[in-house]
Design a protein around this ligand. Structure first.
Ligand code: AK3
Length: 275
């Protein structure tokens, strides 16, 4: 496609709005371009001093290089970046309806329809990422954003931690999403994202991740390694509950392929007409 001349961006190109979140290496602000057409963006600022100290330059370069080449409606866009003497700025797509985990905490769990639509979009985004040889590795509600029309946007807040507040109790919330092969420190492939999709489906429908044990980290490990999957008696063994069972398989190659997830009767049932 014709490449438009990339304009030289700098901090003066923007009016700075409210902070959207705080990372370990800086903040993310809602900003608007000063010149027409007025774009709203999320500007992620990273301090070079902090990056150098923590030797994460490679990780930042990787983030920029990977995300800049990704173009998918359910993957958060990185439009570009620039820097001044002290900071690096990433120009991220602004997700108009904010962080999905805040909705999940507010509602407790999601309806079948809402869960199925999110999982459909997640499977689509993941199969796109895998086609670009990108394994996400950190799928969890905290890494998901919502566009202005409620569409799901996969992001990777990576090392950045959320502004203190209604963050999940255990700082190692990520433990809940680890697959057996990572708990057992074996090598892993893109199938780790299939497992996480199963955990996400369960958490959307039930309100907590399947192997969670609030008291003991070791017990969560044990439950993951033994795939100790239980469904509350309250939920009917219907269609929607069957999907996690096909994704939460100990052996990576036994997990349902993403193309099959998108054909699963429960997903198809709730897909908006004409899609
Ligand atoms: C809170 N909040 N509310 C609205 C809103 N709109 C935008 N941003 C927000 N907060 C900033 C969130 C991020 C911080 N750092 C990121 N960085 C990243 O997403 N990097 C990335 C690298 C490689 C691959 C991938 C991907 F996509 F494939 F997963 C992603 S995203 C917003």
């Amino acid at each position: 496609a014709r490449r438009y001349p990339t304009r030289e961006w700098n901090l003066h190109s923007f009016d700075i709005g409210r902070p959207l979140g705080k990372g370990k290496f800086g903040r993310v602000y809602m900003v608007r371009t000063k010149s027409e057409p007025k774009y709203i963006l999320a500007l992620k600022t990273l301090y070079k001093s902090e990056i150098v100290q923590s030797r994460v330059e490679k990780q930042i370069r990787r983030e920029i290089e990977i995300q800049q080449n990704l173009r998918h409606p359910n993957v958060l866009r990185l439009y570009g970046y620039f820097h001044d003497e002290k900071r690096i700025f990433l120009m991220l797509e602004f997700a108009g309806k904010g962080e999905l985990y805040k909705q999940l905490s507010k509602h407790g769990s999601f309806s079948e329809k809402r869960s199925a639509r999110y999982i459909d979009q997640m499977a689509d985004a993941l199969s796109y990422l895998h086609s670009k040889h990108v394994i996400h590795r950190d799928i969890k509600p905290e890494n998901l954003l919502l566009g202005i029309n409620g569409e799901l946007k996969v992001a990777d807040f990576g090392w950045s931690v959320h502004a203190p507040g209604n963050r999940r109790k255990t700082m190692c919330g990520t433990l809940d999403y680890l697959p057996p092969e990572m708990v057992e420190q074996k090598e892993h492939n893109e199938r780790v994202d299939h497992w996480a999709l199963g955990v996400l489906t369960y958490e959307f429908l039930i309100g907590n991740p399947p192997f969670e044990d609030r008291d003991s980290v070791n017990n969560t490990y044990r439950r993951i390694a033994s795939v100790d999957l239980r469904f509350p008696i309250t939920c009917r063994p219907t269609l929607e509950i069957s999907l996690p069972g096909y994704l939460l398989k100990h052996e990576p190659q036994d997990r349902l392929p993403l193309s099959e997830v998108m054909k699963h009767p429960w997903i198809v049932k709730y897909r908006p007409k004409g899609q």
